[in-house]
Design a protein around this ligand. Structure first.
Ligand code: GRF
Length: 276
């Protein structure tokens, strides 16, 4: 698939796996990721439900489904929504790891309930030669854990730490975050409070590729959520969270089963049939 030539950006493909990251790391203009032709279905990750004429395929993703790691610092409701989608057979991925930077974070217990392996990478382990916390070093430690488990896709879900360095290069096009606002509005902390204080009538949530910035990467998917009269931060947060729980696994499914090209900041998906 060489749609990248038309749009001038790198091609990201579910079939590329680690190769996709390598090609992306080479930057714009790099060779297209080898993958199936434009009319061929994605090489991996198709559930029976996606094949014409076959019925739904409930149950966990098969062992050959692409491996997903969820990175989270807290509660883990987005992890649970993703794990449930995998369990239902709606998301053709395999949960290979939950990684947290917070020992004892509730998400670790949620992961154990779903039988997903967990690891804590403590920030204290990521000091540089001067003894100071190093974002690059932290990223390297996370990268080691991901590679050790053959992780192909990474979903940040309430992971309260910026990542950088080699990790982002290796997982370019395959590492995403969810943020509870319609980016680029209200990035950073407390976006629901920001939205209420600004007085918007509509806010929502965004799934985007992760880059070095804070909530700045190219947008994969968004869902609008109304702000109701009388909303508090809590009621608005709950309404957005409900949308997040549905949006995130759908965005991950597209990532795992379709190719996309980056045209500047625009993420252009190319359907399995070769149409955008
Ligand atoms: C979600 O609102 C997510 O968008 C934001 O942090 C929150 C995490 O919630 N990045 P949970 O831990 O998934 O319940």
């Amino acid at each position: 698939m060489t749609d990248g030539g038309r749009s001038g950006g790198p091609v990201f493909s579910s079939a590329g796996g680690a190769a996709a990251g390598a090609a992306a790391a080479a930057g714009p203009g790099s060779a297209a990721v080898p993958g199936p032709g434009p009319t061929a279905p994605p090489a991996q990750g198709l559930t029976a439900a996606q094949r014409p004429g076959s019925g739904p395929a409930p149950g966990p993703a098969p062992a050959e489904a692409p491996a997903l790691a969820v990175l989270a610092s807290g509660r883990g409701s987005n992890f649970v929504a993703i794990a449930e989608a995998v369990r239902r057979g709606d998301l053709p991925m395999r949960l290979a790891l939950v990684l947290s930077d917070v020992p004892g974070a509730p998400v670790l217990e949620r992961a154990a309930e779903f039988g997903v392996p967990t690891v804590v990478v403590e920030p204290a382990a990521a000091r540089d030669e001067t003894g100071r916390y190093s974002r690059r070093r932290y990223g390297d430690l996370v990268l080691e854990e991901l590679l050790r488990r053959g992780v192909e896709y990474v979903a940040l879900a309430g992971f309260m730490r910026l990542l950088g360095g080699e990790l982002l290069r290796r997982y370019a096009g395959r590492i995403v975050n969810i943020h509870p606002s319609l980016l680029p509005a209200f990035p950073g902390l407390e976006p629901q409070r920001q939205a209420l204080e600004y007085g918007v009538c509509v806010t929502g949530c965004t799934v985007h590729l992760v880059d070095e910035g804070m909530d700045t990467g190219p947008i994969i998917a968004q869902r609008a959520v109304p702000v109701e009269p009388g909303d508090t931060v809590e009621t608005l947060t709950a309404r957005i969270l409900e949308a997040e729980h549905d949006l995130y696994w759908r965005a991950l499914k597209r990532l795992a089963t379709e190719k996309f090209v980056l045209d500047g900041r625009r993420v252009k998906f190319v359907s399995p049939a070769g149409r955008e």
